[in-house]
Write a protein that binds this ligand. Structure first.
Ligand code: URA
Length: 213
């Protein structure tokens, strides 16, 4: 829980914290970084999926007939914010193999500084789905807020945001802009530096996932 906001979960599992520390290390190379991000997506996803609805179905075990829970409710959609969000997709798909995947890409308008959508392709019937919007870094909150704005314009309603590291500034802004969205964070860092990088952070998540620097 973060400052009493029950929509925000800062995950506290030691395994997750250990893996985030590995990501922070600048000596961690692309191959390892990518694998750890995938594992982290599964660990945060596990927390985020805790509230999935279940229903009881009859099962014949080798011993007797029993009523047992299976997952029910809305079908999931995973929507990475391009490009770094792609790193979280494979881990989440392992947890939700039936999930459909959308993509949303944003750029910052050089004059207005407003985020603009340059690519958006969402699964059909988005309004009927449980939507997981994912981005490894929640820094200023601008991209996450804009992405969720766009998804809502396309009809998305039931939205969960998932990130590996958040800065308090971005987390507060996102929670304020979208009070209906549940937010799951791997670690809450100290803040942002003058270049709007999260500190201590892990650098540019996209570059580290794709090896582009
Ligand atoms: N995006 C990143 O990849 N890293 C940061 O620290 C902030 C935004």
């Amino acid at each position: 829980m973060y400052k009493g906001n029950e929509n925000i979960t800062i995950c506290d599992h030691p395994l997750l914290k250990h893996k985030i520390t590995m990501l922070r290390n600048k000596e961690t190379g692309t191959n390892e970084f990518r694998k750890i991000v995938e594992e982290i997506a599964m660990l945060i996803g596990y927390e985020a999926l805790r509230e999935l609805e279940t229903k009881e179905v009859e099962v014949e075990t080798p011993i007797e007939t029993a009523m047992c829970p299976v997952i029910t409710g809305k079908k999931p959609a995973i929507i990475p914010i391009l490009i770094a969000g792609l790193g979280l997709v494979d881990g989440l798909v392992k947890l939700m193999p039936v999930a459909k995947i959308g993509h949303i890409g944003l750029y910052r308008d050089e004059e207005t500084f407003e985020p603009k959508e340059y690519y958006c392709k969402l699964p059909a019937a988005i309004g009927e789905r449980k939507i997981f919007v994912v981005d490894p870094m929640l820094a200023t909150g601008g991209s996450a807020i804009a992405a969720i704005d766009f998804i809502k314009q396309y009809g998305g309603k039931d939205i969960i945001f998932l990130c590996v590291i958040a800065a308090p500034e971005g987390l507060e802004k996102l929670a304020e802009a979208h009070p209906d969205v549940k937010i799951f964070v791997g670690n809450l860092d100290r803040g942002l530096n003058e270049k709007k990088y999260i500190v201590p952070g892990l650098g540019d998540a996209g570059d580290r996932i794709f090896g582009t620097k």
